[in-house]
Design a protein around this ligand. Structure first.
Ligand code: SAM
Length: 241
């Protein structure tokens, strides 16, 4: 009794691993996370072409809210549904965008199943994370030599973000471009000089990709960040350290 989690990569179906395509082709049931009823699953749209015609696709809703009590109910309900499918003897696959280990819904599902259904095992197929697809598109190195790299969810505690930012040379901000403006205003306090390079990307490798590069000073004045959820921002420190 096993569930296989597939990292579907950042958006381009050609960036799905060969190993993932084998599991996708043989799957009987595919669970596809989405934030709202009726909203197509992005992970599913990436891998759809690898699925067999007879596959059963089941959307699972993961509301994008910070109320933990509310979201935990959905994790449990979704995990129970997956367990039911596994117990029926079907080949079950769970999809997630990018890599399963980075801010993914799979982490909650795995924890839920492991603690309540110890007889069910997991296989995880890694995917290309958005961060590395971004670096390839922007043609930039994220870290070299003794430089440190911080990966930060932009929509949480700004003081905590500032502490992390202060100790890293390169920062990658994920999750919700609406917060990038606040981050830009904070970077100076974290020791990033005006010449530091900030790159903002939307929908990397997913069709209508946007990639913009500015100095911190330009961005502070132009305020041109992004409102999109599928965006990320990378800040490379220029300083006198
Ligand atoms: C819940 S996290 C999932 C990260 C994913 N597991 C990964 O490995 O990239 C979602 C965030 O990842 C980033 N993201 C994922 N795919 C992206 C893409 N194709 N273009 C830009 N950002 C992306 C965005 O910051 C988005 O808000």
């Amino acid at each position: 009794m096993e569930v296989v989690c597939i990292g579907c990569g950042p958006g381009d179906p050609d960036l799905v691993t060969v190993k993932a395509t084998v599991f996708l082709k043989n799957a009987d049931i595919v669970f596809a996370p989405t934030a709202r009823e009726g909203r197509p699953s992005i992970a599913l749209s990436i891998v759809q072409k690898y699925l067999s015609k007879s596959v059963e696709i089941i959307d699972l809703i993961f509301p994008m809210v910070k109320d933990k009590e509310h979201t935990e109910k959905y994790w449990k309900k979704n995990a129970d549904q997956i367990v039911g499918a596994v117990k029926s003897g079907k080949k079950v696959v769970y999809l997630t965008v990018g890599d399963p280990s980075l801010y993914s819904t799979w982490i909650y599902i795995q924890r839920e199943i492991a603690s309540h259904h110890p007889g069910i095992s997991f296989k995880i197929v890694p995917g290309i994370p958005s961060i590395f697809a971004f670096a390839a598109q922007a043609k930039i190195g994220l870290a070299e030599g003794d430089e440190t790299l911080g990966i930060i969810p932009a929509c949480y505690d700004l003081d905590k973000i500032k502490r992390t930012a202060s100790s890293c040379d390169t920062l990658v901000f994920l999750k919700d471009g609406r917060y990038f403006g606040d981050i830009v205003n904070m970077l100076g306090d974290a020791g990033f000089l005006d010449e530091s390079i900030i790159t903002i990307a939307q929908d990397v490798s997913a069709g209508e990709e946007v990639l913009k590069q500015h100095s911190l000073k330009e961005l502070r004045h132009s305020r041109q960040t992004t409102e999109k959820y599928f965006s990320l921002m990378v800040a490379k420190r220029q300083n006198d350290r």
